[in-house]
Each structure stands twice: as structure tokens, then as C-alpha cells.
Design a protein around this ligand. Structure first.
Ligand SMILES: [Cu+2]
Length: 284
């Protein structure tokens, strides 16, 4: 009997050890699962950051994760203590205590301190997102059913449409004409829509803002890494909502200047361009 129990125990502890090891590996590999600029298989974290705002979003997310974890473990501990020490069998004669000033002060003050610790960085992050710094470049993104139009008013006022290309990787994110921006510059993104509400979102930059017909919203990002960054329309906008990706190519300043020259020529001749809102859709 004891031998059998001993075996059972060692099997259980080995199983537990295996589970713990798997968790450690999973957590250590977490960085590998978090894609930069696009989702990746087995990803369970936020996408890797490529902007100061996203750095802070990830930091805040992790702060909250640890606060939640500590509170949950603490409450679970209290529940276990109550269930084990104060059940009817272990504690047949319950105490009649009704007040304890010290405990009451602690359970009032501690949550206030925790909420303050959450509120201060939360508001700081909110202001950082909403307070657009002096922009180097402004780009207008117009949501349409079901693609995006990008306008560059600072760089020759050209405008072009960006549509999903079915067989271009990454799947459902590849587009014909990407939005191109220079690295380490402050980009102001103004959003609006020509038909219904869309939303402009790029996870690695930490931006998500509604594009509303008849209104101009704005947000900003500073891409700190070169490369491709993908997002999707994030407001349910009709049957092809899932097929209007956002693709942003971040390049060096020289490459951006060269692209602007090329884009000015390429998109100048497209009929329907240099007009706003639904005129582009009508021309197609
Ligand atoms: Cu949309």
C-alpha cells in the first residue's frame, strides 16, 4: 500500500515537474512567439514593439499582469487558510470577533495604494497616446469599403489606394501599395472614412483609432525599426472587413525621399487620385 502510494506520488511530482519545465520553456520562448510587425504562430503575447508608445503599452501590460497575479495568489491563499483552518471540524467553536481596526485600515488603504499605482502610469500612457507631438510628416488614411487610401499632403499631395493582394504573404495582410514612412520620424496619422466607420490599427506601433465618415481623427507613431509592419481594419465595416489590411513599410530617410519621388510620378497619372473621400471609389 505504502509502496503503491510512493510510486503514485513520484509519478505525480514528475508530472508536475514536467509541467513546470514546459511552462519555463514556453515563457522563455515567449519572445520568439511574439512577432515583430505581424502575428506569428503560437503567439500569446502582444506583438513586439517598434514605437515608444508600444514600449509603454507592453510595460504597463506587464505591470498589470504582476499586480493581478499577486492579488489572485493572495486571495487564493486566504481562501485555502479559511477552508482548512476554520471549517466546522477543525474549528467547532467559532470566534465572535466583529471588528479589528488594524485590518480594516489595511484593507481600505492597500486597495487605494494599488489603484494609485495603476492610475498614474495609465494616465501617463493615455496622455502620451493622445497628445500628438510636433509631426515631421502627416499622412491621411481614408477607410473605404474595403481598402485604404493614403494621402501625403506634405510630400507633393499625392494619394493612392492600398488593396489586399490575395496571394501575397503574409496571408491576408499583403497589399499592392504599402504606406511608406521614414524611420525615427514622428508620423501624424489622420483618419477618416468615405462610407462607414473603419478603424486604423497597427499593433507594433501601439495605435488604434476609428476612421469616421465626416470626422477627422488623429494619432501618431514613431517607428524605431525599419521593416514591414501590418495591421487590420479594426471596426466591423461590412462583408470584406477582414480583407482590408494595413501595411506600413518603414525605411531610411534617403529611401523615403526616393520613394516619394517615384510615388509622385506613379500616382499622379491615376485618374480619381488627388481627390478625396468617395471620388476614388467612384472612379474605380
Ligand atoms: Cu473597415
Amino acid at each position: 500500500m505504502t509502496r503503491w502510494m510512493g510510486q503514485g506520488m513520484s509519478q505525480a511530482s514528475r508530472g508536475l515537474l514536467g509541467f513546470a519545465a514546459a511552462m519555463v520553456v514556453l515563457l522563455a520562448a515567449g519572445a520568439a512567439f511574439a512577432g515583430l510587425g505581424q502575428p506569428s504562430p503560437w503567439e500569446y503575447k502582444l506583438q513586439e514593439s517598434a514605437s515608444p508608445v508600444m514600449d509603454n503599452i507592453i510595460w504597463f501590460h506587464e505591470l498589470l499582469f504582476w499586480i493581478i497575479t499577486v492579488i489572485t495568489v493572495f486571495v487564493l491563499g486566504l481562501l485555502i487558510v479559511v477552508a482548512v483552518k476554520f471549517n466546522a471540524k477543525a474549528n467547532p467553536v467559532p470566534s465572535k470577533t466583529t471588528h479589528n481596526t488594524l485590518i480594516e485600515v489595511i484593507w481600505t488603504v492597500a486597495p487605494v495604494v494599488i489603484l494609485m499605482a495603476i492610475a498614474i502610469p495609465s494616465f501617463k500612457l493615455l496622455f502620451q497616446q493622445l497628445d500628438v507631438p510636433k509631426a515631421d510628416i502627416t499622412i491621411k488614411a481614408t477607410g473605404k469599403q474595403w481598402y485604404w487610401t493614403y494621402t501625403y499632403p506634405d510630400n507633393g499631395k499625392f494619394e493612392f489606394d492600398s488593396l489586399l493582394v490575395a496571394d501575397k504573404p503574409p496571408r491576408l495582410l499583403g497589399v499592392d501599395n504599402e504606406m511608406v514612412v521614414p524611420v525615427n520620424k514622428i508620423i501624424r496619422v489622420q483618419t477618416t472614412a468615405a462610407d462607414v466607420i473603419h478603424a486604423f490599427a497597427v499593433p507594433s506601433f501601439g495605435i488604434k483609432i476609428d476612421a469616421v465618415p465626416g470626422r477627422l481623427n488623429e494619432t501618431w507613431f514613431k517607428a524605431t525599426k525599419e521593416g514591414m509592419f501590418y495591421g487590420q481594419c479594426s471596426e466591423l465595416c461590412g462583408k470584406d472587413h477582414a480583407y482590408m489590411p494595413i501595411a506600413v513599410r518603414v525605411v531610411s530617410e534617403q529611401a523615403f525621399a526616393a520613394w516619394v519621388e517615384e510615388a509622385k510620378k506613379k500616382f499622379a497619372s491615376v485618374p480619381g487620385n488627388s481627390s478625396y473621400a468617395s471620388a476614388g471609389a467612384a472612379a474605380r
